[in-house]
Write a protein that binds this ligand. Structure first.
Ligand SMILES: Nc1ncnc2c1ncn2[C@@H]1O[C@H](COP(=O)(O)OP(=O)(O)OP(=O)(O)O)[C@@H](O)[C@H]1O
Ligand SMILES: [Mg+2]
Length: 239
């Protein structure tokens, strides 16, 4: 049986201004695979995830995500793809600051009937599923999720962003340094939850990190130093 690909990148190039930011000749990720992409500051991790989510349209090459051509996909199809099928944890969380923590977690269910339906199927109600997820991230008193998101600590906000990405079983979860604000115990819980949820639903999981080690359990580890040829060239130039 051949594996179904969730991501297929071929000869991708992207520049920002004068800088060559991303040059990736090949990257294939199977549906249901869990992948950890490692790289230092400026190695292109965020840009790559943004390209996979269609927030960045690359200059040339092929970027296929869940059978969609991300360089040519139309705006409404892209919005539908993101709402129904992609959970995203932004590097700086990007919660809606004037909504409660609880409403932030539920946001994908407001935008996507599919995710609302899946959350209800999992836990009876979408709110019930939000509580299930957040409990797994050591926030034991969900009744206290009523303050506006901006009034929580960075580590707490990051937990809400992770629950928001996972709710309603998206087909793909992209998480940009999802444990950057966590202490050791929190970090373990975050990666465990991301992997457990994605494996249970068959979702593809792609996480980035600048941690060189200590992150366990992924099917595959990829280094930006070898993946991103632009990075390699820059390194040579810096030397
Ligand atoms: N708005 C921008 N204008 C110019 N260059 C940019 C811009 N955004 C990113 N870059 C360049 O793109 C490269 C990759 O940036 P990116 O944010 O993807 O790296 P990263 O691996 O996510 O870094 P970090 O670990 O700091 O989050 C960097 O070298 C950066 O200088
Ligand atoms: Mg980044």
């Amino acid at each position: 049986m051949t594996n179904v690909q969730a991501v297929a990148i071929h000869n991708l190039e992207h520049r920002i201004g004068e800088s060559e930011v991303l040059t990736i000749s090949e990257l294939a990720i199977n549906a249901g695979e869990t992948v950890c992409i490692r790289g230092g500051n400026g190695s292109g991790k965020t840009t790559l995830l943004r390209a996979l989510m269609g927030l960045v349209r690359c200059d040339s090459g092929d970027v296929m995500v869940l059978d969609n051509d991300m360089r040519t996909i139309g705006t409404s199809s892209l919005e539908r793809l993101r709402a129904d099928s992609i959970g995203f944890v932004f590097q700086h969380y990007r919660l809606v600051p004037y909504l409660s923590a609880f409403d932030n977690i539920l946001l994908p269910c407001y935008f996507s009937r599919k995710r609302q339906y899946e959350a209800e199927r999992q836990s009876g109600t979408a709110a019930g599923d939000a509580i299930r997820l957040i409990r797994k991230l050591s926030l034991t008193d969900p009744s206290r999720l009523s303050k506006n998101a901006a009034q929580y600590s960075a580590g707490q906000q990051q937990r809400f962003a992770i629950a928001r990405a996972l709710i309603g079983k998206p087909e793909m979860v992209l998480a940009d340094e999802p444990a950057s604000a966590m202490d050791g115990k929190g970090k373990k819980a975050v990666y465990q939850l991301l992997q457990d949820e994605c494996r249970a639903t068959g979702a593809t999981l792609i996480c980035t990190t600048h941690d060189e080690n200590g992150i366990e359990g992924f099917d595959r580890y990829v280094s930006m130093d070898t993946l991103n040829l632009a990075r390699e060239r820059e390194n040579r130039w810096l030397l």
